[in-house]
Structures are given as structure tokens and as C-alpha cells.
Write a protein of this length. Sequence first.
Length: 306
Amino acid sequence: MVHHPSQVIAVTGATGLVGSALVSSLEQAGHAVLRLVRRPVQNAEQESYWNPSTGEIDADVLEGVDAVVHLGGANVAKQRWSNAYKQVLRSSRIDSTTLLARTIASLQQKPRVLVTASAIGFYGSRGDELLDEESPIGSGFLAELCHDWEEANQPAREAGVRVCQMRIGVVLSPEGGALKKILPIFRKGLGGPMGSGKQYVSWIGLPDVVAALEFAIDHDAINGAVNTMAPHPVTSREFANSLGQQLGRPSFLPTPAFALRMMVGWEMAEALLLGGAKIAPRKLEAEGFVFQHPTIAEALAAVLSR
Ligand SMILES: NC(=O)c1ccc[n+]([C@@H]2O[C@H](COP(=O)([O-])OP(=O)(O)OC[C@H]3O[C@@H](n4cnc5c(N)ncnc54)[C@H](OP(=O)(O)O)[C@@H]3O)[C@@H](O)[C@H]2O)c1
């Protein structure tokens, strides 16, 4: 590992669940963070305007930054997957990544590393087969999206920049994402497994995602696709049990598959709720990354106590 004491790190999606936690952790560690923002700049020292949908970006401000972390993209679970919203999900990731990667490739002083989000949607729904970074791509909308999102990094890679695509699992935080949505139901004692409850949830606590992104920034041996989830995936039933225990509430009431399909639409229900994949964080572990919260009980206890 190479230690890079105080760095300048550009971050997109800095207002999001992961981005805001990463920015505060980087700043606490003494790094300077340049946020690429899509609204008018309010603090010129910390922000630079970009608009991934019109291709606007100020390349000059990226000259000489040490690392770029790309976390921007329209929220996958925000609304039903109409054809129009699917296009937003794709373009907000693929066009933005292409713009960043091309801009990075054009710089005189390129960053050491481009770390971009990807997702476990790459693997599709795979039963209880244990998957790692070598496993082939799955099928479905999310798998294709993740594939094209990862490929969009190519200009930066071809320009000699180290590129990491973090295939992030279900991020656990009461502040956002899946856990925030289901917490009120579990707190009422009405939560439980989804559908059969046998599908795997490859999850990760928010503090460990932030640590894994920082690890990827700092470890020059980490490259390419990086599975970013805890080493102990659980079934939907185990997840519900553990959350119920943490909250001291019953959690045995399953939500039937048909109800989930009616609530969020068939395709999203299959991809995000009823399907799942059991995935190992092989590269992170091989490089010596140590999870703060490797088990679901530890992670839920930690994030719910914050
Ligand atoms: N949370 C999870 O469980 C999870 C799991 C797997 C993968 N991921 C991926 O990790 C990344 C960060 O996740 P997150 O949970 O922090 O997401 P998030 O809370 O939804 O935040 C994403 C950020 O992206 C920017 N954004 C929103 N709409 C956009 C659009 N149409 N075009 C471009 N940028 C847009 C926004 O930041 P600005 O307004 O500051 O630009 C937003 O705060 C995402 O790419 C997500 O797909 C997340």
C-alpha cells in the first residue's frame, strides 16, 4: 500500500447517501474534497459545476487532483421502472461516466485513480451460487446497465489511469436506501422476509462502503471490478430475523411476492426484492481489507445505534 497523506479528491453524487458519508470521512482525514455539483455553485472553493446530461464539465479544476470518485446516478428505487425512467437510470450513469472518463483522459496531470460505483445488479439473480469478481454477468436490465456503466470507464483506463468499479451491495443505513424504507414496517412488527425468503441479500454497512472506497483510492493493487459487500451474505429470511431481533419486534410475517410485484412493478420486484445473489468480496479481502461489521447482526447494531 502507498500512503497518500493529504490528497485532493473530486467526488460526484456528493449529496447522496454514500457520497455525503464519504465526503465527511475524507474531510475528517484531512483531505480536500472537490464536489462536482449539478446545481449552481455555492462555495467555489469546494464545488465545481458539471452537467452530465449536457456534457458540461470544467476540466481545468480536475487538473492535478489525486483521485476522482464517481457516485452520481438517478436513484434505482425512487420510482417504477417505466421505459422513460430506465433511460434516466442508464444515461445518468453511462453518460456521466463517459464524460468523466473522457475528461480525465484529456488532462495533462491525470488523477492516480478513478473509483466509480457499480452494483451487484451486475450478477443478476443467481440463487445460492457463491459468486466473485470472476463470475460471469447475469441477465436483466440491471446487469446490462452495470455492464455498460463499467465499460464507460474505458477512456480513463486507456489513458493509463487505474480504474476501480465498485460493485456495491445493498447499503445499510437508516438515513437512506433499502433499510430506511423498511424500518417503519419492521418497527411496527409487520416486517418479515420477502417472497420465499430464500433469496440472498449481499449487503454492506454504510461505514464499510466508505472505508472500501477509501481503500480503493489508496491501494494501487486494487483494479477493475471490486465486489463491495460484507463477507457474510444472508437470506431475506435471515435478514428479517436479524432486523427484528435488533428492534425487539416480531419479524416473521412474509410479504408475498404478488404484493411486492403490485407495489413496485414486476421487473423491479424481481430484480431488487425477490431475486438476489450470494457474492463474496474476494478482491477486497485478498488485499487485506478488514470489515468493521462483517456480520449482519453487527452491522445492523452499528448503523441503528448512530
Ligand atoms: N445505496 C445502495 O444500496 C447502492 C447499492 C449499489 C450501488 N449503489 C450505487 O452507488 C452510487 C451511490 O449510491 P447512493 O445510495 O449514495 O445514491 P443516492 O443517495 O441516490 O445519491 C446519488 C446521487 O447522484 C446524483 N444524482 C441524482 N440523480 C441524478 C441524475 N439524474 N443524474 C446524475 N446524477 C444524479 C445526486 O447527487 P448530486 O445532486 O450531488 O449530483 C444524488 O445525491 C449510485 O450510483 C448507486 O447506484 C448504491
